[in-house]
Design a binder for this molecule. Structure first.
Ligand code: TXA
Ligand code: MG
Length: 315
């Protein structure tokens, strides 16, 4: 059921959530599949719905930094980062507080927790109406393309969730940047709209990017992820006849990420166009034009290379 974001519908959504049901809602990054962060039963539903391995922990969505303080240990450095980037498209992995009531299932038994404060007004309204943190993984099946529109969520889950609140297109269109601050060396576990340069400027120190596949902390860094069902090729100047061509800049193509070469616009369009191009009745594959490796283009290329990967991982 798609609900418009009116006051009464937000109230209804909050009631569903408090009853332990699953409700999808928009954030500025992608749509999230929400459930109460303290309710093991509701969280188990999310893992089943997404077909998600239970070793893959979820992100806790908080109304503000005070809520973050209730579940994670805070340091001056964490506070500084939060001042700059929260609310917004940044998730922090922090040491979990020992006295917190959040679900062990959602943190996959780890002693760390991922937290984020979404800035989207609908996400804010839902959190405020519920009054406690919500877990919200991206509203897609595990390993598939995230949802940036309510219709994408419907196509994945149809009547298996209580509702999806329609907030139109997500502003960023890529999942949040994940920064691990639970270890001495700040490390990006997933790239996003908040870039390494943005973080280094505020932290005044070097930020690493984790590529270790041995100690996988964020399956968003698994090689094969964010995949359409059709085979995908990137950095393509000359697509094949039977491929859907996703272009960038002034090109002849089926879908154009940004005719004016605006990377922010391209990021916002990426998943929407991948969803649309992923149509086996029209095409045999998807080809994507080269995207510059600068600012959010780094995150776009990261998602594309994972979507292209032939490596078969148990996701
Ligand atoms: O933009 C977003 O972050 C969206 C919106 C809905 O908020 N959510 C999202 O959630 O992308 P999900 O579950 O699809 O991705 C969460 C990522 C996973 O790769 C997970 O492994 C990682 O966060 N993660 C969660 N807890 C972690 C932890 N304690 N340590 C390391 N990684 C963690
Ligand atoms: Mg996801």
């Amino acid at each position: 059921m798609i609900l418009s974001p009116e006051k009464n519908n937000i109230k209804q959504a909050a009631t569903f959530l408090k009853e332990g049901q699953v409700v999808a809602f928009p954030t500025e990054t992608v749509y999230g599949l929400g459930a109460l962060g303290s309710d093991d039963h509701a969280i188990a539903k999310i893992y089943t719905l997404k077909n998600r391995p239970k070793i893959n922990p979820l992100i806790f969505h908080c109304l503000n930094f005070n809520w973050v303080k209730e579940i994670a240990e805070i340091s001056p450095l964490i506070e500084k980062i939060a001042n700059y980037f929260m609310p917004g498209p940044l998730t922090l992995v922090l040491k979990k507080r020992k006295d917190t009531k959040i679900s062990m299932l959602a943190t996959a038994g780890l002693d760390t927790v991922a937290v984020r404060v979404p800035v989207h007004p609908i996400a804010q309204m839902v959190l405020s109406a519920v009054g406690e943190p919500l877990v919200a993984p991206s509203a897609n099946l595990s390993g598939r393309i995230s949802s940036t529109q309510a219709q994408h969520v419907e196509s994945f889950f149809e009547n298996r969730i209580a509702a999806v609140i329609d907030g139109g297109d997500c502003y960023y269109g890529l999942e949040s940047t994940i920064l691990d601050l639970s270890i001495d060396q700040p490390t990006i576990l997933r790239q996003g709209a908040v870039t390494r340069e943005n973080l280094e400027e505020v932290l005044e120190s070097q930020v690493s990017i984790s590529s270790s596949l041995e100690k996988i902390k964020a399956p968003g860094q698994l090689k094969k992820h964010y995949s359409p069902q059709l085979p995908l090729r990137m950095n393509i100047e000359n697509p094949k006849e039977d491929e859907a061509y996703i272009g960038f800049g002034n090109r002849e193509c089926h879908y154009n990420l940004s005719p004016s070469k605006d990377l922010t616009e391209a990021a916002a369009n990426l998943f929407k166009m991948l969803h649309a191009a992923d149509d086996g009745s029209k095409y045999k594959g998807i080809a994507v034009a080269p995207i510059p490796m600068e600012s959010v283009g780094v995150a776009i290329n990261d998602r594309l290379s994972r979507a292209c990967s032939k490596e078969n991982l148990d996701e």
